[in-house]
Design a protein around this ligand. Structure first.
Ligand code: GLY
Length: 570
């Protein structure tokens, strides 16, 4: 594996950034540079699988499918075959495609399934066990991508994942940190403990994680494809286990599941074209709404993390989240006012409501309430030597989803049902309060925040990016784009820069607890404007690629917040 590292940060920016990163690293980290192909994921082994496929002559779609299956093995918290997601594809011939393989509510789901007889939410019912599970879409999504836009066979792209599951891989500190979050849950189920614990205790750095059942399942999928997963042994194992354990999944749910090919959502920012996720993701709509609002403010002149510039960014987040939480849902079920929300005229109206010198109390926004989503999705970005680019964000929702593995299938099933507004107007696990547009209905897809995105210059990708983080996905993607386009940071610095987030409700602004997000002077000024800050553990993991429009060189920025991740290129 040849990855070329190059210091991209001019020395004055390095000095400037070292102020912000003082407590995290002495010198800003470097982006990985390559000429022919770049893969950036949250687990280095998966990035290497992507480069291996590219070197074998596969295109970015082949590599994206190979990486997706590899992450299901080496990043089992989040990479998956038991969940769903979105794939944004730019083909070198100019075509842009968006694949929607988001999970669906089972046909027997209903709006009251997580409420007790008093109409109150029953804790954990939408996050743990079979009632939390939506019908998975990943395998069908990958199959469509590969058949229509890839060049290799399913067996070829799945081979590396099968080998990693069969032979195992050595766990590094970043892997252990994530596995540790599941320990208490793993200990409750012997079948899960047998794989994800070592004699009942957490794995240590240097141990090898082998997943023989998963290897068997992947081999079966490689042979039988969609039919095997949705009509054969896998669906049968899930339905049988679900029925034994209080779930409502049926074979009909699997037989009826469909992936959709959509047109990406398109907007513009300072002359760049932005391609992102349409509903059932809220990500693209909210991102475009925020960019439209911010386009008229002189962010660059106001300065990186300045009080006035940050005031505008926070207000843009607040207004966009108020709309995101109230007006969006699965377009197969509800009408989404997308054209209005992403119009420049609507952004101009919102700017009239934003004060020059104080924050807007969220209660003043004439919108109704929302709900919260989970933060433990995963994103990866790829570019190949022909100029094809792919951005995939897929998820089982929480780390390890619903903590459910059917029979000997070896993979975690999602808890995506929690992304619905189980009780419209009340907060979910992310504190998001959502409205009726995202209420539960049979066969409906829960609203997502996943935001696989490409910023285009002259119709070619300039930045390919996305992130995990529930609603924080949207603000993480926004800030990374602003960091590159407005503040001139290189891709690695843009990804690593400290983050802030406002989601309409709750009222406060979350700031990452380290390194310092705002200077003492900016914090004081913002507090005088009415802002209240809450320190929060670091969030998101933006995995981004910057393509130099002059030289065509590829720069991969992998987020230090998921330390097992990495960029790999050749
Ligand atoms: N489950 C996280 C999301 O879809 O946004």
């Amino acid at each position: 594996m040849s990855t070329i590292k190059k210091q991209l940060v001019p020395s004055f920016i390095a000095i400037f950034l070292s102020f912000f990163f003082a407590s995290a690293f002495a010198v800003p980290p470097e982006a990985v540079t390559a000429k022919n192909g770049m893969v950036v994921t949250e687990q280095q082994l998966a990035s290497e699988v992507g480069v291996q496929i590219l070197r074998q002559g596969g295109n970015a779609v082949d590599a994206a499918v190979a990486v997706g299956y590899a992450l299901a093995v080496v990043h089992p918290c989040c990479g998956n075959i038991g969940g769903g997601g979105f794939m944004l594809i730019h083909l070198a011939n100019g075509k842009n495609i968006f694949l929607n393989f988001r999970e669906k509510a089972p046909l027997a789901a209903n709006a009251k399934m997580y409420l007790n007889k008093n109409g109150d939410l029953i804790p954990d019912k939408s996050t743990e066990g079979y009632l939390a599970v939506g019908v998975p879409g990943t395998v069908m999504g990958f199959e469509l991508a590969l058949k229509k836009y890839g060049t290799m066979t399913r067996q070829q792209v799945m081979a590396p994942a099968i080998a990693l599951a069969e032979k195992g891989f050595v766990l590094r500190p970043g892997d252990i940190a994530i596995l540790d979050k599941g320990t208490a849950h793993f200990q409750r189920q012997a079948k899960i403990a047998a794989v994800f614990l070592k004699k009942g205790k957490p794995y240590q750095v240097g141990d090898r994680l082998q997943q023989k059942d998963l290897a068997q399942t992947l081999r079966y999928i490689a042979q039988t494809g969609v039919a095997g997963f949705y009509k054969g042994k896998i669906a049968k194992a899930i339905v049988e286990d679900s029925q034994k354990n209080g779930g409502i999944l049926t074979m009909k749910d699997f037989a009826q599941y469909k992936v959709e090919e959509l047109t990406p959502l398109v907007c513009s920012y300072h002359g760049y074209q932005v391609l992102s996720a349409p509903p059932p993701s809220s990500g693209g709509v909210a991102l475009c709404e925020m960019l439209n609002i911010l386009e008229a403010y002189p962010l660059k002149k106001l300065g990186f993390h300045s009080s006035q510039g940050s005031h505008y960014i926070i207000e843009a987040m607040r207004f966009a989240f108020a709309d995101r939480n109230n007006k969006l849902g699965d377009p197969d079920f509800v009408k989404n006012p997308v054209t209005t929300l992403i119009s420049k005229e609507y952004a101009a109206q919102i700017r009239k409501e934003i004060y020059l010198d104080r924050s807007t109390p969220s209660s003043l926004l004439p919108r109704s309430p929302s709900h919260a989503e989970n933060v433990n999705t995963t994103h990866y970005s790829l570019v190949d030597k022909w100029g094809n680019a792919v951005a995939v964000t897929y998820t089982i929702n929480r780390f390890f989803g619903s903590y459910t593995i059917a029979g000997r299938t070896g993979f975690f099933l999602n808890d995506e049902m929690d992304d619905f507004a189980a009780k419209p107007g009340f907060a979910n696990q992310f504190g998001l309060v959502q409205g009726e547009a995202n209420s539960i209905q049979p066969g409906k897809r829960p609203l997502s925040s996943m935001t696989p995105t490409m910023v285009m210059k002259a119709k070619k990708p300039l930045i390919v990016l996305g992130s995990p983080g529930g609603p924080r996905i949207i603000s993480s993607v926004l800030l990374t784009i602003l960091n590159i386009l407005d503040y001139g940071l290189d891709v690695q610095a843009a990804v690593d820069a400290p983050r802030f987030h406002q989601q309409w409700l709750p009222e406060w602004v979350d700031i990452e607890k380290e390194p310092t997000v705002f200077s003492a002077a900016a914090t004081e000024k913002l507090e005088q404007m009415g802002y209240r800050f809450k320190k929060h553990v670091l969030w998101g993991a933006v995995e981004a690629i910057f393509i130099d429009p002059q030289t065509g060189l590829l720069y991969g920025g992998s987020d230090y917040r998921r330390p097992s991740g990495g960029a790999a290129g050749y």
